[in-house]
Design a binder for this molecule. Sequence first.
Ligand SMILES: [Fe+2]
Ligand SMILES: [Fe+2]
Length: 247
Amino acid sequence: MSLFAIGDLHLHFGCELKARGQTTGVWRGHEERFQKNCAALIGPEDTLVLAGDHSWGKNLQQAEPDLEYILQLPGRKVLLRGNHDMFWDAGKTAALNERYRGSLFFLQNNYFAYGDTALVGTKGFTFEGPFYLDRRGRIIGWDEREAVRAEKLVDRELERLRLSFEAARRDGYRKFIVFLHYPPTNIMEEESSFTAMAEAYGAQQVVYAHCHGESRFHDSIEGTRNGVRYSLVSGDYLRWMPQRILD
Ligand SMILES: [Fe+2]
Ligand SMILES: [Fe+2]
């Protein structure tokens, strides 16, 4: 039994593609390559966490063919909300879990049991600027109004992550892996409310996506910090090969 993760599939089987950069290079035919990689790597007892930005669909009807593609992948599938997942209103998570019962699990204010480890998570949020740079490219400031707005979004997401942890803890879980769509820190890799919460609950790992395109691969923490292992699993970063998170 193994746990795998990957994010940012950005599928568009039921709608128009919204990003011009996603037809060439590493994105060319990525749906087929990913499917083949999953078939070679993942068995029926394994679990695959898809860390958000599943679909360009504007609503569930447009996203349905993408969800159909995902549910035909091998193993148990756990989905996290990404910033582009317009089909998934946070308040409608229970309805999605009902509709796809037995084939897809939507992780939001709940948790997924993986052996004695609880998979917890939420979309997360991090301030992405604008940052102001000096001539050498060093950060000398940022947009204060955007920073205030970001703080509110962080607070909301932090509460959702806490609900996820608490749901698992109530059921007796003491081992946790955290999944976020957004990176856990800003580009200065400073400690954040998310890294603090992961540490406070004793999470073993934090797995995140959202950073795609080569210029963004190093936007946040990778490796171990204060006893927590951090991994970026955006699809193009992994070249569509799911990352093994736990055996
Ligand atoms: Fe994305
Ligand atoms: Fe994203």
